[in-house]
Design a protein around this ligand. Structure first.
Ligand code: NAD
Length: 282
């Protein structure tokens, strides 16, 4: 089997980026949203991203046109019936994902591989909810998808070697650098990043320094592109809190326990850039 047609579920922040890189790599790509206005919004984001790439010299007008020619949008799940690979990038909610996979099972072909872009849910649990746990894997992209080179490829306990090699090869064909990550909360990157971010919040609560000085310390002293509080505001404090709780549930280690300040900021609606107020104001 070769992958020729790719379905993407969800045209939000990640789905629109995944659809873009898939179409740019030459795959016939169909992206599905729940209604027309969300589809229009998502495709608008995708087109703007393509235009920005052309304006900044990262892509040619030819690549833009080829990408758009390979791409189509739909609100109908049945439109994904003939896809060889279906990548799910809908909301981070186990029940919503399980419901979607059940609906997909009714229309997808037997050989079709399902992959999830989940950041924190268990790939084996998602796979077990389908009738094809052997043809299921995790493909974890990074935001913004067209710019970030990494893809973590995760095998469920049930994923076959053939499926794994297929999705790993697919990720590489998108001009990405795939790495093999375990089906454990946080995979590789968040497993290391989240405790660092939580530690920064704890250290700040304990008076280590000002937000600005801690951020400056890590950018200028370590060469990180942004300090921990700028990054937390960028990722979203609610998202970080959600992932930390899942990691703590699994590992029961203090390093993953969300600090009291983080919880209170989320409760107060200070979610970072998206709410206009996090550790900094926007
Ligand atoms: P988002 O809220 O921007 O987009 C999700 C989209 O899915 C929404 O537009 C929603 O309308 C749509 N949707 C919901 N149910 C659907 C369905 N049944 N069919 C089709 N579309 C449906 O969220 P996002 O940030 O793009 O995250 C999507 C997934 O990617 C989540 O699992 C998240 O954990 C993961 N992820 C996010 C990031 C990130 O930085 N935001 C990074 C890596 C992975």
């Amino acid at each position: 089997m070769t992958i020729q047609t790719v379905g993407v579920l969800g045209c939000g922040l990640m789905g629109s980026g995944i659809a873009q890189v898939s179409a740019a790599a030459g795959y016939q790509t169909i992206v599905r949203e729940v209604d027309d206005s969300l589809l229009e919004k998502g495709l608008g984001r995708l087109k703007k991203s393509l235009e920005d790439s052309v304006a900044k010299g990262r892509a040619t007008a030819e690549v833009r046109d080829k990408t758009l020619a390979n791409l189509s949008g739909t609100t109908k799940l049945e439109a994904l019936a003939d896809c060889d690979l279906i990548l799910e990038a809908i909301v981070e909610n186990l029940e919503a994902k399980q419901r979607t996979y059940a609906a997909l099972e009714a229309i997808a072909r037997n050989h079709t591989i399902f992959a999830s872009n989940t950041s924190s849910l268990c790939i084996t649990e998602l796979a077990a909810a389908t009738k094809r746990p052997d043809r299921f894997a995790g493909l974890h992209f990074f935001n913004p998808v067209p710019r970030m080179k990494l893809v973590e490829v995760i095998r469920a306990l049930t994923t076959t070697d053939e499926t794994y090699q297929m999705v790993f090869g697919f990720a590489a064909s998108l001009d990405k650098e795939p790495i093999t990550a375990p089906d454990r909360p946080g995979f590789i990157v968040n497993r290391l990043l989240v405790p660092y971010l939580l530690d920064a919040v704890r250290a700040y609560e304990n008076g280590l320094g000002t937000l600005e000085d801690i951020d400056k310390g890590m950018t200028l002293g370590c060469g990180y592109p942004m300090g921990p509080f700028t990054l937390l505001d960028f990722v979203g404090l609610d998202t970080t809190y959600f992932i930390a709780n899942i990691m703590f549930e699994e590992f029961r280690e203090p390093a993953y326990a969300p600090p009291p300040l983080l919880k209170r900021m989320v409760l107060a609606g200070r979610l970072g850039r998206k709410s206009g107020h996090g550790f900094y104001k926007y």
